[in-house]
Design a protein around this ligand. Structure first.
Ligand code: PLP
Length: 370
């Protein structure tokens, strides 16, 4: 979608939407969903989108209708929201520690959905088995291994030992997963991170086989690396951001600008300072994703970026020739990183290219962190 179409959609919405507001252009999003699904089918992979990006049941349904095998959640609360909405195949791709009420909630969830949870250490395996009481076999665990992101995840060669420990406690070891978080640093980091991912998963699958466990699922990330996650060991992919795309993903070549499906509609509220106008979007709406070098969000189709954010103010720098929007005009801000933006709002405004149709879809898992 070009910038003129986008501005037309916004103009069509102005009287019906209070800014700042997250505007989702439906057909652009649907094309993103369909494109990723076609990629998965072409490579014989299951697609299990990460719902932390949209936290929205309606969008999860579109992904499943397109052919996704299930969804990925980032915490128990997200899993609960989607399970309550009827999603029956959920992977909680996080090394959960079942403290507080989480153990009980996981046990409850495992009764209503096929639930898989991540594990990367024996203490958590024991705690999850304890939480499952006399029905540990209802819970499938997937061993998280590290492939170079140096975040969570056991060394790949330790996967078999963890699967054995899970099996001993009556849990069902279903396979292995990893997250190639080091694939988002730049255009040249995507493919090497995907290669690291494939190597780590291959080692982990072998480690499971060595202890007599077949990896039913071998699960890989992520929007920046997914194009290279096609090795034969991988059975499923878990991209999240692809559904909306964002500027960070365009900068590293993981999507094109015309695939960005979510913009924050913002109003120019003040323009006294030369070479700058103030928009009504700040950190409360956009989060803090950015840097002085790349800015904190861009204006679709222009070089202009938000040079600074306060909580409710966005400083839109307009150096030299950039045209200066009038006070009162509404303009589309493209986020650097879309996930925190969605989590700032109660609902998504879903529209078409002309801004004629408007639906409001709740961000049902908004704010759920545990
Ligand atoms: C474990 C895990 N899987 C999948 C993803 C999805 O990655 P992306 O949002 O880059 O597509 C993430 C993102 O943080 C993640 O942490």
């Amino acid at each position: 979608m070009n910038v003129h179409q986008l501005q037309r959609a916004l103009n069509g919405l102005v009287d019906r939407v209070d800014t700042p507001a997250p505007i989702v252009v439906r057909d652009v999003m649907q094309r993103n969903i369909d494109r990723m699904q076609a990629f998965a089918v072409e490579h014989g992979l299951g697609l299990r989108p990460h719902v932390k990006t949209h936290k929205c049941v309606e969008i999860g349904r579109l992904q499943v209708e397109a052919g996704a095998v299930g969804v990925t959640a980032g915490n128990v609360g997200e899993a609960e929201v989607f399970a309550a909405a009827g999603f029956d195949d959920i992977f909680l791709a996080y090394p959960v520690w079942p403290s507080g009420t989480k153990g009980k909630r996981i046990r409850r969830l495992a009764k209503t959905a096929r639930l898989r949870v991540g594990v990367d250490n024996i203490a958590a395996i024991d705690a999850l088995a304890d939480a499952m009481g006399d029905e540990p076999d209802r819970l499938q665990v997937v061993v998280e291994v590290d492939c170079g992101a140096r975040r969570s995840g056991a060394p790949p060669e330790a996967a078999g030992g963890l699967a054995t420990a899970a099996r001993k406690r009556g849990l069902v070891p279903a396979g292995v997963y990893t997250y190639p978080g080091h694939g988002c640093f730049g255009p040249d980091s995507r493919e090497p991170a995907a290669q690291d991912q494939e190597g780590a998963l291959t080692t982990a699958v072998r480690s499971l086989a060595d202890v007599g466990v077949t990896a039913e699922v071998v699960s890989a990330g992520s929007t920046p690396t997914v194009a290279f996650a096609t090795g034969s060991v991988i059975t499923e992919i878990r991209p999240g951001e692809y559904v909306f795309c964002d500027l960070d993903n365009t900068r590293i070549g993981a999507c094109d600008e015309d695939q960005i499906a979510l913009f924050v509609a913002a109003t120019v509220v003040s323009d006294w300072v030369p070479d700058q106008v103030i928009l009504d979007v700040g950190t409360k709406a956009l989060g803090r994703e950015g840097s002085p070098e790349k800015g904190y969000g861009g204006i679709a189709g222009h070089n202009a970026v938000l040079a600074k954010l306060n909580e409710y103010h966005g400083f839109l720098a307009l150096p030299g020739g950039e045209s200066r929007p009038r006070v009162g005009s509404v303009i589309p801000v493209a986020p650097n990183h879309v996930c925190p933006v969605v989590n700032s709002f109660e609902e998504l405004i879903v529209t078409d290219r002309s801004g004629t149709s408007v639906e409001r879809w709740p961000v049902a898992a908004r704010g759920l962190l545990s």
